[in-house]
Design a protein around this ligand. Structure first.
Ligand SMILES: C[S@@+](CC[C@H](N)C(=O)[O-])C[C@H]1O[C@@H](n2cnc3c(N)ncnc32)[C@H](O)[C@@H]1O
Length: 355
C-alpha cells in the first residue's frame, strides 16, 4: 500500500503546541524540517499506526546522538548545554544525517515512545490527596495501579517534592498551580504499587535507561538531570511490581494484587493513544464499571484528541491549547472533568466539581 505522506506531514505539523515551539528553538526547527523532508515523512508513514508519532522519530535520532554519532553527538551535546546559536542550521545538519544514513533512524522505529514523565506525579499528588480526602473519609491507605507504566517512575508519585520554582534539587517536580491547590493535604500511605506495560523499561538496565533518555527532549536539561537523579535514588524507594502485558490482559491481575479492603487508585497518563481502538473503549467501559461498583478510583491524564471516549472534552480552551484533560472517577460515581494540566505536568489547573 502507498505510504500516506500527507498524513505524516500533518502529524509532524501538529505534534508540538505553540508553547513547545516557543520553548524549544532547536526541536521546533527540527520538527519543521522533518515536516518538510520526504525521507522523514516516509519514515513516519511507515511506522505501525499505533506508534505513528513524530516523538518516536525524534527519540530514534536522539538515541543515535547519545550513542556517539560523530555529527549528531556534538549537536545534541551543545543543545543540552544551551550552546546552539543557530537552531535552523543545526536542524538542517540533523536532516542531512537522516537523509544520508536513514537506516540509523529506521532501525529504531520498531520501538515504542516510552517517555516516562515524572512531573505528571505533581498532578497525581494533588488529585490523589483530594481523592483520599473525598472518597476515603479518613482512611489513609491505597493500592496503586499505573497502566502503561514504562519505567514505573510515577508509581513513586509520592516520593518527589513539588515546588513552583526550581530549588536546585534535581528530584523536585516544578509545577505551577494555576488554580489554588492545597499541597499541604496529606498523601495516603501506598500499600502496593503495581505497573502494567507490554514492554516495561528497567532503570537498572543500560539499554533501557538510554532509551528513556532518548525519549526526553535535549533542550530540557532539567528533565535529563532529573532522570539521572531518579536512577540514583530509586533503589531506596518502596518496592514495585510490574506486570508485563497490555491493559486488556493484565488490569484484573494488577487490581487483584491490592488489598481489597482499601481503595485502589488506577492511573493512566499518555497511554491510551497506544491502545488499539477496541482496547481503548474496553478500558474506558471497564474502568467506569469498576469505579461504579465500589472500591476503585480512576485518574486519567490524556489528550482529548487521542481518545475516543465520550468524556473527551475537545472544545474546551484547554484542549485547543494542547493541554491534557484530568478525568477523575470516584468510587460509586461516573467520570468527571477535574480540569487541565500541561502534557508534561509543568502546570495544573484543577477545577474540582462539587461532590
Ligand atoms: C508515552 S509512555 C507513557 C508512560 C507513563 N504513563 C508516563 O506518563 O510517563 C506510554 C507507555 O504505554 C505503554 N503501552 C502501550 N500500549 C499499551 C497497552 N496496550 N497496555 C498497557 N501499556 C501500554 C508503552 O509501552 C509505554 O511504556
Amino acid at each position: 500500500m502507498a505510504l500516506d505522506l500527507e498524513d505524516a506531514r500533518r502529524r509532524y505539523h501538529f505534534s508540538f503546541t505553540r508553547e513547545d515551539h516557543d520553548r524549544l528553538p532547536f526541536y521546533s526547527a527540527l520538527m519543521i524540517a522533518l515536516e518538510r523532508d520526504v525521507v522523514a515523512q516516509e519514515m513516519l508513514a511507515s511506522i505501525r499506526v499505533e506508534q505513528r508519532n513524530p516523538m518516536l522519530v525524534l527519540a530514534s535520532i536522539h538515541l543515535a546522538a547519545l550513542r556517539g554519532h560523530p555529527v549528531l553527538a556534538p549537536i545534541y551535546l551543545d543543545v543540552r548545554h544551551g550552546l546552539i546559536g543557530d537552531p535552523d542550521k543545526a536542524a538542517n545538519e540533523v536532516i542531512g544525517v537522516v537523509n544520508t544514513e536513514p537506516e540509523l533512524v529506521r532501525s529504531e522505529l520498531h520501538r515504542s515512545t516510552q517517555t516516562n514523565e515524572p512531573v505528571r506525579s505533581a498532578v497525581f499528588q494533588s488529585v490523589i490527596a483530594l481523592i483520599a480526602l473525598i472518597a476515603q473519609r479518613g482512611h489513609s491507605s491505597i493500592n496503586l495501579v499505573d497502566v502503561g507504566t514504562s519505567a514505573g517512575i510515577n508509581l513513586h508519585f509520592d516520593q518527589f517534592p513539588v515546588r513552583e520554582k526550581d530549588d536546585g534539587n534535581p528530584l523536585t517536580l516544578i509545577c505551577r498551580d494555576e488554580t489554588p491547590i492545597d499541597r499541604s493535604l496529606p498523601l495516603p500511605e501506598v500499600l502496593s504499587r503495581v505497573g502494567i506495560d507490554p514492554s516495561p523499561l528497567d532503570l537498572s538496565v543500560d539499554e533501557d535507561r538510554l532509551w528513556l533518555q532518548a525519549c526526553l527532549w535535549p533542550e530540557e536539561p532539567r528533565r535529563m538531570d532529573r532522570l539521572d537523579a531518579i536512577v540514583k535514588q530509586c533503589p531506596s524507594w518502596p518496592e514495585t511490581t510490574v506486570l508485563r502485558g497490555t491493559v486488556a490482559e493484565r488490569l484484573g491481575d494488577a487490581i487483584a494484587l491490592g488489598d481489597p479492603s482499601r481503595l485502589t487508585v488506577v492511573l493512566n497518563s499518555y497511554v491510551a493513544a497506544y491502545f488499539s481502538e477496541e482496547d481503548q473503549m474496553a478500558y474506558f467501559e471497564d474502568m467506569v464499571e469498576r469505579c461504579a461498583r465500589g472500591n476503585v478510583a480512576w485518574i486519567s491524564l490524556e489528550s482529548p484528541f487521542m481518545v475516543s471516549w465520550p468524556t473527551a472534552s475537545r472544545s474546551n480552551e484547554g484542549a485547543k491549547s494542547g493541554a491534557t484533560q484530568i478525568l477523575v472517577t470516584l468510587p460509586g460515581e461516573a467520570p468527571r472533568d477535574w480540569g487541565w494540566c500541561h502534557h508534561h505536568g509543568l502546570w495544573t489547573r484543577l477545577a474540582v466539581p462539587s461532590c
